[in-house]
Design a protein around this ligand. Structure first.
Ligand code: ZN
Length: 220
């Protein structure tokens, strides 16, 4: 597999770590759930680089409104997410806007790793391996919502590059994101943010070695 060299396409905003109202490290392979208010800026940092971050968003006021990969792709006429991308809901409203980004080709086609897909792709005994879908389920069970398994829809994979060939074939490219790679987004509505620092050990999305991520929030 050839390495894909990522160029920085958008500088970080001038927000300083000291002025963040929330600043935490999510351990390698773990999940995080939090509310982000309209106007707040949310930053995810791949601290060590080479780390996919599976993410879903729900309206904090009505979780039946949630991130829609199809509406997002249709609205921007492009399959990759980058600075300027608006993350659309299933009723066609912008939920967040990516305002700054060092990656440029975030994926929203390949879904989250799960016990079932790990068995099909890799080996039957991978059923028990830590995975993003179980991370999502554990996080929503800990949160004050009625979200359940049926609410886990097609997600965003920040810092994952999944090239599509001319024949429409999908693959996972080897990741070469630098330590400190980041993406920043502004919430356009109050959202529940559900994040999994992907624990996958068997494909290139984490360079086969999951590492911690940092999550930061600034007020408007
Ligand atoms: Zn995963």
């Amino acid at each position: 597999m050839r390495a894909h060299v990522i160029s920085r396409n958008s500088p970080a905003t001038k927000l300083k770590a000291g002025s963040a109202v929330f600043n935490e490290v999510v351990a390698a392979g773990e999940a995080w759930i939090h509310e982000i208010k309209a106007g707040q800026i949310f930053r995810i940092v791949a601290v060590g680089g080479n780390q996919a971050v599976d993410t879903l968003f729900y309206s904090a006021w009505d979780t039946s409104e949630r991130y829609s990969a199809q509406d997002t792709i249709l609205a921007q006429r492009n399959i990759y997410l980058r600075a300027g991308s608006r993350l659309m809901s299933n009723i066609g409203r912008p939920m967040l806007t990516i305002v700054s980004d060092s990656f440029g080709r975030h994926d929203t086609l390949t879904g989250a790793c799960a016990a079932q897909s790990n068995q099909v792709r890799y080996a039957l005994d991978k059923r028990y391996m830590h995975n993003c879908r179980d991370n999502f389920l554990a996080a929503i069970a800990s949160w004050r919502t009625s979200l359940d398994k049926r609410d886990l829809s097609a997600n965003v994979n920040f810092f994952l590059y999944a090239p599509v060939s001319e024949q429409g074939e999908l693959s996972f490219a080897e990741q070469t994101t630098e330590p400190g790679s980041f993406v920043e987004m502004r919430a356009e509505m109050d959202v529940i943010e559900l994040v999994s620092a992907c624990p996958q050990l068997d494909n290139a999305c984490n360079a086969n070695k999951p590492t911690p991520i940092r999550v930061m929030i600034w007020d408007a």
